[in-house]
Design a protein around this ligand. Structure first.
Ligand code: FAD
Ligand code: NAP
Length: 339
């Protein structure tokens, strides 16, 4: 594939909010050589570079006066295999959900709870994607990233990534590391995680007594499809706020006034609150102003009904943050990356 920079490209198809903004420059990278050519091209012209994958964790608030470098590299290979499992390496541009399905089809488990998350393999370590009690740190082996400051390749082992709740070293060193490929440690003998949300109940309802990883994946896909808006139909970037982790004392005070508070004790005496519950209690569920709104079935998800701008969505998010702070004394942190 030829390295080909385009100018004034609409990013509407490249962000799941479906926000209409333009990239001054745009290129797709299909391999390491494209990535290096693109970075060299931008550096020569003194142009900033924004790396994107599937655009499912972005809020674009205006035209991007930079080179948008979309990772489109493909390739999945097993680098080590024994009777217990395998180390699998996937290129950054591999779409996440098909990768998960491919692993399950090969009998490799560990990723099933992360089914149906949009986006790419390369972006998954950015916020240590997680769902239904599993995060990629649980199955992560290592990754290869390009240091954009020095042009050198660097290997990251698990302990180098500083993975936390929707967090990693890559999220804090914005623009430094370009993730080229990620390796996962997957297993032929499944250890299933069913105790989160309605997963076990859904399997029981289906009469599945001895679930396989494929059953778990299907159940999670079904639950997610019922509750979450499909970005192809209604623009969104998944959860717009992280679940706040607050001191137990604050959680206790809120619970006195609101006995229905959804809260999960964490290590170290902290408590994780369900942000969606707080937003719903504050009356925002189903709210709509113009084309920016709060999803009617899941109040953690902001939606674009068609022509909302990134700034309109941002303003709505800020109104919700201010309201939750005033009502509950809780600060909500935005999850998508703002540009
Ligand atoms: P993008 O949105 O393109 O980019 C995200 C960030 O990563 C940007 O800062 C970008 O610059 C950077 N980036 C992208 N690729 C690279 C790379 N190769 N190297 C360096 N930096 C890079 N998230 C969860 O954790 N759990 C969920 O259950 C979940 N469910 C979702 C459901 C829906 C309907 C939607 C729309 C989103 C959901 N998300 C979820 C959020 C999102 O899908 C994930 O964060 C996903 O990993 C983002 O991947 P992406 O390729 O779309 O990244
Ligand atoms: P849910 O099942 O309605 O649960 C609400 C919240 O409670 C979740 O956010 C989850 O926190 C937390 N929770 C539920 N059971 C828990 C348990 N046993 N222990 C600790 N915390 C628990 O959530 P949902 O909105 O339908 O989402 C289901 C899963 O998919 C969640 O893990 C969620 O994070 C993930 N998801 C993420 C995104 C995103 O964009 N980031 C979008 C959609 C779904 P956690 O979020 O910390 O897991």
């Amino acid at each position: 594939m030829m390295f080909h920079v385009q100018s004034d490209v609409s990013l509407k198809p490249f962000n799941t909010f479906g926000v209409e903004v333009k990239a001054r420059w745009f290129v797709e990278a299909h391999n390491d050589s494209d990535v290096r050519d693109a970075l060299a091209w931008a550096s020569e012209k003194n142009i900033e570079v924004l790396v994107v994958g599937g655009g499912s964790n972005l809020l674009l608030t205006g035209d991007i006066d930079a080179l948008v470098l979309r990772m489109a590299s493909r390739g999945i290979r097993i680098t080590h295999e024994d009777c217990g499992g395998a180390i699998v390496e996937a290129e950054a541009g591999e779409p996440w959900h098909p990768f998960v399905q491919d692993m399950l089809a090969r009998g490799l488990s560990g990723l099933e709870n992360l089914s149906l998350i949009p986006g790419t393999v390369g972006a998954a370590p950015m916020q240590n994607i997680g769902a239904y009690g599993v995060e990629i740190k649980d199955v992560f082996h290592s990754l290869v990233a390009l240091d954009r400051q020095t042009g050198e390749l660097r290997e990251f082992a698990l302990q180098d990534c500083a993975f936390g709740y929707r967090d990693s070293v890559f999220k804090h060193q914005v623009g430094r590391w370009l993730i080229l490929r990620v390796r996962f440690k997957l297993s032929f003998a499944a250890t299933l995680h069913l105790d989160y949300g309605p997963v076990r109940q859904r399997l029981q309802e289906q009469g599945i007594e001895q679930p396989t990883p494929i059953h778990v994946s299907r159940a999670i896909c079904a639950i997610r499809s019922e509750k979450l808006p499909d970005p192809a139909v209604l623009g969104n970037a998944g959860s717009f706020f992280k679940n706040p982790v607050v001191p137990a004392e604050l959680a206790g005070r809120i619970k006195q006034e609101h006995p229905g508070l959804v809260a999960y004790p964490q290590a170290g005496g902290q408590v994780k609150l369900a942000a969606g519950w707080l937003i719903e209690q504050a009356g925002w569920k189903g709210f709509r102003e113009g084309d920016a709104g709060v999803h009617a079935l899941q109040s953690l998800v902001l939606v674009n009904y068609g022509a909302a701008t990134g700034l309109e969505l941002l303003k709505l998010a800020q109104r919700i943050q201010a309201d939750i702070l005033e009502r509950f004394g809780v600060s909500l942190e935005m999850e998508p990356n703002l540009y």
